[in-house]
Write a protein that binds this ligand. Structure first.
Ligand code: FCB
Length: 461
């Protein structure tokens, strides 16, 4: 990597961030590991879904992905070269506990043992996500997340993971974005398992949250070192398309289904009344049993927030009651998601106001751009200025949220490297590091070098 020093952009971006701010990058197992059938791993719902014709762009799947399973030391070295403090990765449930029941798979766990040791040897703190969407297929066959038993299976698996890694790992995230697992997986059907049933979506959401609460208890019981446990949400930042009462009502519904359905039970121990009233006509109230909300609202040590874009909405007749209105006035990323850094400040200050008390970490933020077609210079380097501006603007927005009182303590860029972007396949590149999928060659983009310099600048070096 070049030795360019931190310039004015870096300083502006990190202004307002403290010297002990945690800097990291994030990935998820199915998106990078590959080795889908190796060392005893069984299929997850994402293996099944991605091999279903028409489900994923280009017919892409995660069989090989970034081949991280075989290239892990090289990837940890990339993190170290960037000077990052922390690495957020997820465990593949069907690698750790094939089929989602019964004993641990020693060969699968051994991979994560090596990864954790490799990170610690390089002074990088592991942040483990227990569930980033790869439910063992056998549990889906038994009903999936709409089936209450899945919550108990998840807690058992969480206990296995904590017993194996909790002597070295202290930062644990139970679920990544239960909104996506439940709503995109069981209602919109655009994510695995591809089901489209409104009441199943809220059942799934409730059992994900129950699984979270049960898993928190298991991790606390099984980990040798005192754990810090949180959950990662992507609360929808819903805004009405106009000031009309109909659009304002659509935004309320979007906020209820996309943000408060998750925040309220976990952080307040109750489901919002207006949400329950929205769900009742569809027979879609969460299937709450005695004691569930107490379990779900276990004390936590931090809250993870993922932020990418806002959702501007108007009404629709579908059960969820709103439609997203594409925003075209501002630039967007390749997804195409509108670039709206102010939303980062708005979301963090709102969480601080309405759900105070927990340290906040941005567990994901980043951008896909068409790097390989538009940003390659004559020497073949990827000059992704647009990603640098995106990161700088969002970091500055975090600085403003902190000035307004938000207790944000860290930032994990999505993603360390280009990877399998779910329903979009490999076409969308979010990486700081470019991956050539034919050769598996990794090449840091200009944004990676920029982030390295921004991190150094924030530490006053
Ligand atoms: C988030 C996911 C992550 C990645 C980014 C772009 O919703 O958690 O795995 O796909 O979006």
């Amino acid at each position: 990597m070049t030795a360019a020093s931190a310039g004015p952009v870096e300083r502006a971006a990190v202004d307002g961030l403290p010297v002990d701010f945690v800097w990291g990058a994030a990935t998820a197992a199915y998106q990078i590991e590959g080795a889908a059938a190796e060392d005893g791993r069984t299929p997850s719902i994402w293996d099944t879904f991605s091999h279903t014709p028409g489900a994923v762009a280009g017919g892409d799947h995660g069989d090989t992905a970034c081949d991280h399973y075989h290239r892990m030391p090289e990837d940890v070295a990339l993190l170290a070269d960037l000077g990052l403090d922390a690495y957020r990765f997820s465990l593949s449930w069907p690698r750790v506990q094939p089929g989602g029941r019964g004993p641990a798979n020693a060969r699968g766990l051994a991979f994560y043992d090596r990864l954790v040791d490799e990170l610690l040897a390089k002074d990088i703190t592991p942040w483990v996500t227990l569930y980033h969407w790869d439910l063992p297929q056998e549990l889906e066959d038994a009903g999936g997340w709409p089936n209450r038993d899945t919550a108990y299976r998840f807690a058992e698996y969480a206990g296995i993971a904590a017993a194996a890694l909790g002597d070295r790992v202290t930062n644990w995230i139970t679920l990544n974005e239960p909104f996506c697992s439940a709503m995109l997986g069981y209602y919109h059907g655009v994510h695995a398992p591809g089901r489209k049933h409104f009441p199943d979506f809220t059942k799934a959401a409730h059992h994900l949250l129950l699984g979270h609460g049960l898993a928190v208890k298991e991790v606390r019981a099984q980990a040798a070192l005192p754990p810090r446990i949180g959950i990662t949400f992507n609360p929808v930042l819903a805004q009405p398309a106009s000031t009309s009462p109909e659009d304002v009502e659509a935004a309320r519904r979007a906020d209820a289904l996309g943000a408060r359905l998750y925040l309220d039970p976990v952080l307040r121990g109750s489901y919002p009344e207006d949400l329950l009233a929205d769900l009742a006509p569809h027979g879609a109230e969460p299937p709450v049993e005695d004691g569930d909300l107490r379990t779900i609202s276990q004390p936590l040590d931090f809250l993870g927030i993922n932020y990418y874009f806002r959702d501007v909405v108007r009404p629709s007749d579908e059960p969820h009651g709103y439609l997203s209105v594409p925003q075209t006035e501002r630039p967007s990323t390749a997804m195409p998601w509108e670039i709206y850094p102010e939303g980062m400040t708005e979301l963090l200050t709102r969480i601080t106001r309405e759900y105070p008390g927990l340290p906040l970490y941005i567990t994901e933020n980043g951008a896909a751009f068409d790097d390989t077609s538009s940003a390659v210079d004559e020497a073949g380097r990827i000059q992704d200025e647009n990603r640098i501006v995106f990161l700088a603007d969002h970091l500055a927005a975090i600085g403003r949220a902190r000035e307004a009182g938000a207790d944000v303590r860290g930032y994990f860029c999505w993603s360390l490297m280009d990877n399998f972007e779910w329903a979009y396949g490999y076409a969308k590149r979010f990486g700081l590091v470019h991956v050539d999928y034919d050769t598996q060659r990794r090449t840091p983009k200009a944004s990676a070098l920029w982030l390295r310099d921004a991190v150094a600048a924030s530490r006053g070096r």
